[in-house]
Design a protein around this ligand. Structure first.
Ligand SMILES: [Zn+2]
Ligand SMILES: [Zn+2]
Length: 556
């Protein structure tokens, strides 16, 4: 595996192991910095000239050399040397969120625990509480992190699979032209994370099997199904069926059990319908798009004459970072690229001053950026850059600048980035105060979750959405495929309450805008209508929206 994230994981692991073994920080700190900064590069490292990365902070010759070796051999000598000295269970512990090398060192050396399941046991028996540096709170956090990593195994982010799945489908279609081949299951339903892949095809089972044999792909055949590990790790089942039955099998394997039950669908009892549309019609129901077939409230909200949001309908890109804070591209590059992609406006929201880790902007830097925005706006007409900020919501719920200064921005995305470990009560109170701040326009990534990595702080979604409605605050659907936060399951509630949803890429480089595609899929899954999508407004409408808000808040 030499995709970008696994290469960076190895650089990070090297730094963590160095710290674990008391190495001089001088020898490994740059690896952590490099791995952090290189995360923003979307282009595969394997296709790049790594020398081009040397301008990035933390990336020196030793780092690019290590990367080259990882690409060629899967590892590098410095990492191998540490791995030889460290039990594999201890390495696993380093991958648990919230457990840094210092704590792992105590657990391993002082408590004699060298694997994750023993650590979980020790937590359950409260043994960590008695150790110096660990309290009840840390112990509970470690336990939660271990449990979370255990349930996340065997799942993949949708976005990580999409390109690979499309390539595979194209390959199969070119080898077997004229046959039907379609993904099904949770992948076709565009779930945020995927358990495994299923597809349906009209290709003859034996022909397909022979083709896989030719590729030396290890696969199993049972009845009319072929199973194998896709990319060596993802369970993949191909169901071969008669061309006439293709739509029926596709339909049966796409919707969740709950959706099929809702339709009174009997397996095998509805033979021979030619299209999915025809089936819904026979039941006197509107056609339900595959991504919504979850068995929740999709039959209630699929009414006539409504339009679910599509990627091509987004007119603006809100919530983006430039190299003023932790983005890779300049303001000018971000703006020109947005314009070239036919967006009508761009919302620049670099980090606010408390976000020291992300080079958050103090007042002077904000004013400098605002001057540059004015200059660019004069040149890029009719395209417009809006002056925004992603203001940290501080521990007490306040925003990161004085009111007089907040008034200078066109709009503000308020997000929590620090002290993420908190009770639901505390999280609610913090968010409510930020939502009630008249300057808050959009609530950013409401739970702070990272799918398959971090479950996010607990919040009372209804309470928060109600507060957004009462205070005319829009809610972000953060489109980064690891966030997709607010979760799609809350979109209907937000819509009922009249809350605008903004599909924001949170781009840290210009190509990041395209993540809005994944945000749109999640939004459609929750049934978000175009008319309720904030950034589907055109420039004039968005300006009018901001003006209206100011009036409502008595800010002008
Ligand atoms: Zn953020
Ligand atoms: Zn952001």
């Amino acid at each position: 595996m030499t995709d970008n994230s696994s290469i960076l994981a190895k650089l990070n692991l090297f730094a963590k192991l160095s710290e674990l073994h008391d190495e001089n920080p001088f020898k490994y700190k740059s690896y952590t910095t490099a791995a952090f900064n290189l995360k923003k590069i979307k282009e595969p490292f394997v296709e790049m000239d790594l020398q081009d990365l040397l301008t990035i902070q933390g990336v020196g010759k030793s780092v690019t050399q290590a990367m080259e070796q990882i690409i060629q051999t899967g590892s590098f000598p410095g990492l191998d040397a540490w791995l030889q000295k460290t039990p594999s269970g201890v390495v696993d512990m380093l991958n648990i969120k919230g457990l840094g090398p210092k704590k792992v060192k105590v657990i391993w050396e002082e408590m004699g625990i060298d694997n994750v399941s023993d650590l979980l046991d020790a937590c359950r028996q409260n043994r960590l509480v008695e150790t110096k540096g660990f309290g009840l709170k840390t112990q509970a956090e470690i336990m939660k992190a271990i449990e979370f990593s255990m349930t996340s195994q065997g799942q993949w982010h949708y976005a990580r699979l999409l390109d690979k799945c499309n390539t595979f489908k194209d390959e199969i279609k070119s080898i077997f032209p004229g046959y039907k081949f379609e993904y099904s299951g949770d992948f076709r339903r565009c779930c945020n994370t995927i358990n495994g892949l299923v597809c349906v095809t009209s290709i003859d089972l034996m022909e397909l099997y022979e083709y896989f044999e030719g590729l030396e792909l290890e696969c199993e055949v049972e009845d009319d199904e072929i199973s194998f590990l896709f990319e060596g790790q993802i369970p993949f089942t191909i169901i071969c069926t008669d061309s006439l039955d293709f739509e029926r099998v596709l339909f049966e394997t796409t919707g969740s059990k709950e959706h099929l039950n809702m339709l009174d669908y009997q397996q095998g009892g509805h033979i021979g319908f030619t299209t999915e549309e025809a089936f819904y019609q026979s039941k006197n129901l509107p056609f339900i798009v595959p991504e919504q077939r979850e068995g929740r409230d999709e039959l209630e909200y699929n009414l006539n004459d409504q339009h679910f949001i599509e990627y091509g309908q987004l007119k603006g890109v809100l919530h983006n970072h430039t190299n003023y804070s932790d983005g890779l591209n300049t303001l000018k590059e971000m703006a020109e690229y947005a314009k070239s992609q036919h967006f009508q406006y761009l919302g620049v929201c670099d980090h606010s001053k408390s976000a020291g880790y992300a080079r958050g902007l103090d007042e002077d830097r904000v004013e400098q950026q605002m001057r540059e925005i004015d200059e660019l706006n004069a040149k890029l007409l009719p395209f417009k850059i809006f002056k925004g900020i992603e203001s940290d919501i501080l521990s007490d719920g306040s925003l990161d600048y004085e009111d007089e200064f907040l008034a200078k921005f066109d709009f503000i995305v308020a997000s929590i980035h620090s002290n993420l470990t908190m009770s639901e009560e505390k999280a609610n109170a913090r968010l409510l105060k930020a939502i009630e701040n008249p300057y808050t326009t959009i609530l950013g990534h409401p739970t702070g979750r990272l799918l398959l990595m971090r479950s996010g702080y607990p919040i009372d979604h209804k309470l928060i959405i109600d507060a957004c409605a009462a205070n005319h605050v829009a809610i972000e659907l953060n489109a980064h495929p690891y966030r997709l936060d607010i979760d799609w399951t809350w979109i209907q509630y937000a819509q009922k309450k009249g809350v605008w949803v903004s599909i924001n890429p949170d781009a840290h480089e210009k190509m990041g805008y395209h993540d809005m595609y994944f945000g749109t899929l999640a939004a459609r899954k929750g049934g978000l209508l175009t008319q309720n999508t904030l950034n589907a407004k055109n420039l004039e409408e968005f300006e009018a929206f901001l003006m209206e808000r100011r009036k409502l808040k008595n800010l002008i």
